[in-house]
Design a protein around this ligand. Structure first.
Ligand SMILES: [Zn+2]
Length: 567
């Protein structure tokens, strides 16, 4: 080969390499105008698949057929509760870092139970819109001592915080949910959150976010959309014989709450009755109201109307309430998911019309899954049951431990799911003594038949436990300032369902797969349809959103980038 030809070849190759490098380094990042983060409360990963053939167009079908669908996604922390999962999705961090270790925890300084986002410094903007202790069915909200709410107890930044910081505060950041914690967690520290007050029947916020309501919020609330369900009923969307659970509407383990009944149709009652707004939230009406408010927000706050990406988180709560009252394998849950599908379709059609789905990056996931009811499981020969710690012979176990460790006063301060907190006087003992007492308490707990595992926090801190997946999940849930002294895991399909007299059909909060398995789907923008079967975790979601926009990962994020989402 002549020197000339070699030279031409060299130049040619150099050109090709330069061209490739240029394409890769200078390609513009996709620039969606809106990041829409949808969280469905208690949407176990298999539920959209099970009911897929029953869905219409534009909702789940659009997301699952046009999106990047992760079929093996999990929360990798142990306590699969609402604030824990939401904050993990928002921050890409584990509860150990973000601090939301449970819906409630015990404040060791005051000895009082803390509700995750309560903050007395920031009262609600609507007087009397706080928790109605008489009618509130959420035992964790009832635990709150003040009506104020803020994200102050979230210890790390959210993706939405990072977006606000990256854009010099120009990104508009909002979150909406029926549940206060479903909105506050996602809005982060820099965004604005609105949630539904069952006491006032309105969407409200706290003085952390606003001094006064934006006009459009007053306007929305004045329209009194809540009362339109008065004296009507939740009816089935389709003929009953078309449902998977069409033959099993009336099951004895279902909850009959305040006249709502165990069978269709479920009456909401008159708009001025005591439980009216509560019954709206335990039915598809709660999601419909959330959608209605979210549409008004998109319109009035002009989300996605310029090149600076905005962020809207919507958390739909009805699936969770319906799951608790009736179980995920019930006619009510089945109709609810079909109606949620219609809500999603209407939301996506609205976003398409206002902003364009090609300008919107959508991510949908769930804060946790949920177990089937023990009654349903048992009807199929699958074991499970309700745990009743009152039936345990705790007194003799406690007496034995007090003798052994020479304890005069109380041994146990409180069981606040999922932790046992030992009495404050134990804290004054030496570290070695505390570790021995914790281990002994854990061993006693593990003797009860429904307890799968009881893990001492000191043993976790000292790395003094076998390295199993379960223990790693408990460790990711461990925050030294908030976690209790012994973490209790019940056997699979066993859980407590009695909360101070309110008995429900099903409760999540375990590390088991039915509680940790959730959908993760990215769609819209430039996402191409694909099914991805490798195992991923929910901490990857916020990390991936940050990578997609080329911005800083949230401060505590431990997830990895889901490379299938990035082109
Ligand atoms: Zn939840």
């Amino acid at each position: 080969m002549s020197r000339y030809l070699l030279w031409v070849l060299y130049l040619g190759l150099a050109f090709v390499f330069t061209a490739c490098a240029t394409t890769q380094t200078n390609a513009p990042l996709p620039s969606p105008r809106l990041i829409l983060q949808i969280t469905v409360d208690q949407l176990r990963g298999d539920l959209p698949t099970r009911h897929f053939d029953q869905f219409g167009d534009g909702g789940f079908r659009y997301l699952w057929e046009q999106g990047a669908v992760y079929t093996d996604a999990y929360h990798n922390h142990a306590n699969n509760e609402t604030i824990v999962g939401h904050t993990t999705l928002a921050t890409g961090a584990t509860p150990a870092a973000h601090g939301m270790i449970g819906n409630t925890w015990l404040d060791r300084e005051t000895g009082e139970t803390v509700y995750n986002i309560e903050d007395a410094r920031f009262p609600l903007l609507t007087a009397g819109a706080g928790v109605d202790q008489e009618t509130e069915i959420d035992p964790t909200q009832r635990a709150a001592r003040s009506e104020g709410r803020s994200p102050s107890a979230i210890l790390v930044s959210t993706f939405s915080d990072e977006l606000a910081a990256y854009t010099g505060g120009q990104a508009k950041v909002f979150a909406v949910s029926v549940k206060d914690r479903g909105a506050v967690s996602m809005a982060g520290h820099a965004g604005k959150a609105f949630w539904f007050s069952k006491a006032s029947g309105q969407f409200v916020t706290s003085s952390y976010y606003f001094d006064r309501y934006p006009d459009w919020v007053n306007e929305w609330n004045k329209q009194d959309r809540t009362s339109r369900y008065g004296d009507t009923q939740w009816q089935l969307l389709h003929p009953q014989n078309t449902y998977l659970f069409g033959d099993s509407d009336d099951r004895p383990w279902e909850t009959d709450l305040a006249g709502f009944g165990r069978t269709f149709p479920h009456p909401w009652g008159s708009a001025d009755s005591q439980y009216y707004t509560t019954l709206l939230t335990v039915s598809p009406a709660g999601d419909e109201l959330t959608l209605d408010f979210a549409k008004a927000l998109i319109e009035n706050e002009k989300l996605g109307d310029d090149d600076v990406p905005d962020y809207l988180a919507i958390s739909f709560s009805s699936t969770d309430y319906v799951g608790h009252l009736f179980g995920p394998s019930s006619l009510e849950a089945e109709d609810n998911i079909l109606r949620l599908d219609r809500v999603l379709a209407e939301l996506l059609a609205y976003v398409d019309e206002k902003i364009g789905l090609e300008h919107t990056l959508i991510v949908l996931s769930a804060d946790h899954g949920g177990p089937d009811t023990p009654g349903y499981s048992k009807s199929l020969g699958i074991p499970g049951g309700y745990v009743d710690p009152e039936s345990w012979d705790r007194e003799s176990a406690i007496a034995r431990l007090k003798r052994e460790f020479n304890i005069d006063g109380e041994l146990i301060e409180k069981y606040q799911h999922p932790y046992v907190y030992l009495s404050p006087q134990i804290a004054s003992r030496s570290d070695a003594e505390r570790e021995s007492i914790e281990r002994a308490v854990a061993e006693e707990l593990a003797r009860f038949p429904e307890v799968s595992l009881a893990i001492s926090s000191r043993a976790l801190e000292y790395g003094n436990l076998p390295d199993t997946e379960l223990i790693r999940a408990v460790l990711r849930n461990f925050n030294a300032k908030r976690s209790g002294d012994v973490y209790v895991v019940f056997e699979p399909n066993w859980f407590i369902n009695d909360f101070d007299g309110l008995v429900v059909a099903s409760t999540h909060g375990s590390p088991w797969r039915y509680d940790s398995f959730v959908p993760v789907v990215f769609a819209g923008s430039d996402i191409r349809p694909q099914r991805i079967h490798r195992r991923i975790f929910t901490v990857d979601v916020a990390r991936t959103l940050a990578a997609y926009l080329g911005i800083r990962p949230p401060s505590g994020a431990t997830g990895t980038v889901l490379h299938e989402v990035l082109r």
